[in-house]
Write a protein that binds this ligand. Sequence first.
Ligand code: B12
Length: 687
Amino acid sequence: TAQRKLEVAEKLLQRLQHMGLRRREILLDPLVFPAASGDPKFAGAAAETIRGLRLLKQAFPDCLTVLGISNVSFGLPKAAREVLNAVFLHACVEAGLDAAIVNTEQLVRFASLDGGEVRLAEAVLFEGSQAAVESFVARYRNRPERGREDELAKLPADQRLRQMVVEGQRTGLEATLDELLRSMEPLEIINGPLMAGMDEVGRLFGAGKLIVAEVLLSAEVMQKAVDYLRPHLKGQDSENRGAILLATVRGDVHDIGKNLVGIIFATNGFRVVDLGVQCPSEKLIAAWREHRTELIGLSGLLVRSAHQMAATAADLTAAGITPPLLVGGAALSGAFVREHIAPVYGGEVRYAAHAMEGLALAQEILARKRPPATPARPQETPQEALKPSAGESEEATAAKATEEPEQSGNEPPVVLPAGRKPQKPREIPAPPDLARHILRHLPLDEIFAYLNHQMLLGKHLGLKGSVARLLEASDVKAKQLVRRVQALQDAAVTRGWLAPKAVYRFVRASSRGNEIILWDADGQLLAVLPFRRQSRPPHLCAADWVSPNLEDQDNVALFVVTAGEGVRQQAEAMRREGRFLDSIALEALALETAEATAEWLHQRLRALWGFPDPPELTMAERFRARYRGIRLSFGYPACPDLAPQAELFRLLQPEEIGVRLTEEYMMEPEASVSAVVFHHPEARYYA
Ligand code: B12
């Protein structure tokens, strides 16, 4: 029974923990007995296993669960086993199963079963009566089994290969390639079924039917196939769709966006020359002269990088280098590209909102331009270069690099309408001290609890909709991604890939107009930080949340946190091995760990100020800043100028935790966050 399974697990855990094992290192197996063997003592046993799984997950949420699946269908015809295994596995995953031992080649996809067969299988699992078993068996007695691979196996080899790429399916890949090699040249296979598969992946992504994570899995199959074919290529060039020089611009350490683009282009037949991050124009010019690629791709995270792209474009033009230029990055917009980059570049410039759009643009450009571009000026009209990119919304355009700060701290303050000034807090909280604190060994396990899965799985890996709701509804894609990320988290803990660190200090502060003035304990001026005031009502400005009177002993907190740079090497190694999804997921995990560390530290600072979060505050509420005060980061709309990062660095010296500032005020490593923390109860984010 389920209860008995729980009791046994309790005893086991006690013993294992006594031996020094931690709970998250333990996998509990609740075991399953054959559900349709005809032995009455096992009737309903599968249902007990599922109930047992739930009890185990409730009682020991830190432990993992594992189960050998196919025992449940022992004694049934093969076709029936595949169906019963699939239905049972689905029910177990819904009950919280973390790992399954299962022959994936003898498993049909749950989603491909019709309602009738699911009901018949469930009757066997949950009722276990002889009648239920008989009707189930009757349906499959004379049916051949039909695993996904079998369905694929029925297709001619070229169509099968194309479909394997589309589905990210690797089983049988080598056999299929061997079969094709008997009648096709390796290059024909690459340019034929494999590329056709990737083209279909692009089409499905464009139609919203595949997410980034799935595209990466398809890319993995593509890479594996090309690697397998490479020895047969006999010197022929396997990448023949064009070549691209890829770089993140000067002063910018943003890697993940460029890497994603690199993977997508490389697995779609492009030769990618990756020049890395912080790439100055001179390096790009020298590399282009060496490689003469048909395209150049520039990436960058921040608004400053968008300006740096314009400068780079002008430098390339001055050097007579004008192949079509693809540009992308979070703070870039089509409008900025049209207004600031296209006019200074001698060739065509196209903005790509995401990597797949960049690929489509590259293919479109090269289809128009073949044979390959020469160093001479391209012939297209300026109008062509100014075309807005597909999928670029007005809203996205308005929020990005085109937007100049409305008003910086140096301008005269806007006069506030009467009554809009924030109330002085009844009591200004006193910080415990004004010393600089360095936290070098932060508890990674604890910080992972502050990970924002919406950002990680939604923003970075492309899952659509509310991640929390998808998980609640046991969405298979969401659960698979969570498990993959969880495995990376575990590896990050045990192998020390991530090492979050922080430096913070509370500082005396007063305000003057749109500025916050920082003072040391002796009343010596430390720094002046500018903030933007809204030019429209309610004319918010962060400076208003700090008292103008020095005697009020008001204060703010400053911090820099980082997740360290341990993952960069690891992610690169994974990319080399063709583990594209893991590589991007790991980089994304590092970035979101930096943000999680900021959230964790911010909570700690509130407690140190004397107003800890109420215990009932949920993590989802915390992500929506439903606590007292806010943290603003330079570069955000309330303080768009990044130059004050230098002041923050002077006061915090985060170099001691391994964080450096680039010439464009970006922090290296990439997975770092800085902030000014306000305690004022009325403080809120504004743009
Ligand atoms: C997640 C995030 C973070 C994460 C990770 C950052 C990262 N490296 O991606 C963390 C928490 C670390 C972070 C930190 C900071 N961030 Co931030 N961040 C974001 C956020 C929410 C999403 C960025 C994102 O999607 N990254 C994932 C990658 C994969 O996306 P991507 O680079 O855009 O790449 C895709 C496309 O753009 C395109 N692409 C990119 N390059 C190229 C190139 C080519 C050739 C092609 C074809 C396509 C292409 O394809 C890629 C994949 O599809 C944005 C806001 C937003 N909604 O966009 C703010 C944002 C970029 N951050 C911002 C700021 C200010 C910062 C900080 C400076 C704050 C601070 N003071 O601490 C720091 C800087 C970090 C540092 N090292 O210095 C600002 C930048 C504005 C500005 N003034 O410059 C933004 C716009 C938020 C805002 N509205 O204020 N941030």
